[in-house]
Write a protein that binds this ligand. Structure first.
Ligand code: ATP
Ligand code: MG
Length: 144
């Protein structure tokens, strides 16, 4: 299906850019006229995915994160991609409370949060190559 509108941004893996990406996604999806709650849901999911790319994907290294947003009539697709560390065992990483960085006081709830605020979350990752997270959400508030 062809999107009605699409945009991509590419930014350095610096923690300041997490709020930047969240605000950009919110502004872009606003065109569909979703509710404030639906916008907040998407912002939360984007935060988690971008934070993961910055913290886990690149850790202390620096690299680029790319976020693409595609708008459909009443739904959105958001892709957050890094070319960092990658994930060896995606099924394990997605388990609630699993974190590879307990010493950093991470709670291991990022993927669970993404899943609960979006309708679907797909994770494609390869060790040493990077990670791509594809999230989709239908806005029930937008009329048919
Ligand atoms: P929290 O999000 O609650 O602060 P967390 O980031 O450890 O903690 P999740 O976001 O659920 O928890 O991610 C689970 C694990 O998946 C991470 O600990 C990390 O090992 C791995 N992971 C997630 N995203 C990436 C990524 N982009 N690159 C490499 N590893 C990742
Ligand atoms: Mg996380």
């Amino acid at each position: 299906m062809q999107p009605l509108n699409e945009m991509s941004i590419r930014f350095q893996s610096k923690s300041n850019n997490e709020s930047f990406a969240r605000v950009v996604a919110a502004a872009f999806i606003s065109q569909l006229d979703p509710t404030l709650e639906e916008i907040a849901d998407v912002k939360t999911a984007v935060s988690e995915a971008v934070t993961n790319a910055i913290i886990h994907g690149y850790e202390k290294k620096s690299g680029y994160v790319e976020m693409t947003c595609r708008l459909f009539r009443n739904s959105v697709e958001i892709i957050v991609e890094d070319e960092g560390e990658g994930i060896e065992d995606v099924a394990l990483a997605r388990q609630p409370l699993y974190t590879s960085k307990p010493e950093m006081e991470r709670s291991g709830m990022g993927f669970t949060v993404m899943e609960s605020f979006m309708d679907s979350v797909e994770v494609i990752s390869e060790k040493g190559k990077g990670t791509k997270v594809i999230m989709r959400k239908t806005f029930k508030s937008v009329p048919d």
